[in-house]
Design a protein around this ligand. Structure first.
Ligand code: GTP
Ligand code: MG
Length: 417
């Protein structure tokens, strides 16, 4: 039944690995930060231990940790969609969202870059917003601002943020950002925008029109992308497969074979993003975004067998690219954060904690020797310093253990390479 199809469309479990790893890393940075500030308090409050150089070191560590924590909180998985006008890029994104959110129509439609994402943690209402501006507008403003058919359409180089409720669909809930772009003929001329809005994508999706074949502009565009990035994760959707296969049903298999051959050729021989035909083969799909959307938004309650088959293929695509997305983003985004955390811990050990513990130990020894002459106040100092030393040691061990655990559980490969 339709409902069983829809329930099977939930995004892959690997997407949650990204979210889990992010939470664990945020915990590490949070602990690191509170650890540094308690260390700072100890150094500031104790007259005996006050050391200007140590304080400076510590402040520098603190600001580094804060900076990384900020980047970390913004890290999300990004998918960018490209293809010639009218191939159905916006329609594919709408199908992933289960609802027609982005303008999608015949002719040149998407007028600017549209970044669909979940609301920030401090935002409660859905809204659209031009990246560089403060003003929040209603979601319905999209059809005015992002459609080339409207007189108020934004310039192609604009980045429009589409902020939606997290619970609207699972893919947004998993920290995924979907980047819709104007047709490649327009995008290709916007080199700067591509670099700043799209080149950090974890996965690139080329949306082709299955009624025709990959065009020279699309080919060239992806050659440029592949030359900027080392082996990008590239998926090819032969969209509008409902139309393409209905015109001459007897030709369906031949047409599909031809598409496969050309797409494999593009991915392996021309772009060099996959090592062999088998790898590339698994990244090519024949789908109908419009049908997928209609099944998901309830407009098609009785899909035909062919429609169901195409929808299965759409689900396979959704599942595959989600897995690839999570795997890639884990490595590229969190690997460096984890390594930074480990580096900071090592530096802390060699430049601060080691010398600090040495100093405390020396002071305690000195005090022991002169114990007879000390008054009760000095005794208290010794106890305090001993406590501080132990607390720091425990903190340090806990943090080290925590980073090692995260490293082993999620980012094994990254750490070892
Ligand atoms: P631009 O924004 O102009 O670059 O185009 P686009 O690639 O975003 O295409 P868009 O989503 O606007 O789709 C163009 C037209 O094709 C719309 O009328 C869609 O409804 C229709 N369309 C998209 N995908 C499919 C499909 O799989 N099958 C059919 N039959 N129509 C589709
Ligand atoms: Mg579009």
């Amino acid at each position: 039944s339709v409902s069983s199809y829809i329930s099977r469309s939930s995004a892959s479990s690997r997407l949650s690995e990204f979210v889990d790893a992010k939470t664990e890393l945020q915990d590490i940075y949070h602990d690191l930060s509170s650890y540094l500030s308690s260390f700072l308090t100890i150094l500031e409050e104790s007259v005996l231990l006050r050391d200007r150089q140590m304080l400076e070191h510590l402040c520098a560590f603190s600001s580094r940790v804060e900076a990384i924590a900020k980047v970390l909180s913004r890290d999300r998985m990004k998918v960018a969609f490209f293809g010639r006008t009218s191939n159905g890029k916006s329609a594919v994104i709408n199908a992933l969202l289960h609802e027609k959110i982005l303008p999608s129509a015949m002719g040149h439609t998407t007028s600017c870059f549209c970044q669909v994402q979940a609301n920030g943690s401090d935002e409660t209402t859905e809204h659209v917003k031009v990246e560089q501006e403060e003003q929040h507008m209603e979601l319905s403003a999209l059809k005015e601002l992002a459609s080339a058919h409207s007189p108020r359409a934004l310039k192609p180089s604009t980045l429009l943020q589409v902020n939606m409720a997290k619970n609207r669909c699972s893919i947004l809930d998993y920290d995924v950002v979907l980047m819709d772009t104007p047709g490649v003929d327009v995008t290709a001329q916007l080199d700067d925008c591509l670099d700043s809005y799209c080149m950090d994508a974890d996965v690139f999706i080329l949306v082709l029109n299955a009624e025709s074949t990959v065009s020279r502009v699309e080919r060239q565009f992806f050659k440029d992308v592949a030359s900027k990035l080392s082996r990008p994760n590239l998926f090819i959707l032969n969209n509008r497969w409902d139309k393409a296969s209905s015109l001459e049903p007897e030709m369906e298999q031949q047409v599909k074979d031809q598409h496969m051959e050309r797409c494999v050729n593009l991915l392996v021989d021309e772009l060099g993003v996959y090592a062999n035909a088998q790898e590339a083969w698994e990244r090519i799909y024949h789908v109908s975004a419009l049908e997928a959307l209609h099944i998901r938004n309830g407009h098609n309650q009785n899909p035909t067998a062919q429609t169901q088959e195409r929808y299965q293929e759409f689900l396979r695509f959704e599942n595959d690219f989600s897995n690839c997305l999570a795997e890639s983003a884990l490595k590229t985004k969190f690997g460096p954060h984890l390594q930074s955390a480990q580096k900071i811990l090592n530096q802390l050990k060699s430049t601060l904690i080691g010398p600090f513990i040495e100093k405390v130990s020396r002071l305690i020894e000195e005090n022991k020797e002169r114990r007879a002459n000390l008054n009760a106040e000095m005794d208290d100092w010794v106890i305090l310093m001993q406590d501080d030393r132990e607390e720091l040691q425990i903190w340090f061990e806990q943090l080290t253990e925590m980073t090692q655990r995260v490293g082993q559980s999620v980012l094994n490969e990254q750490i070892n390479t």
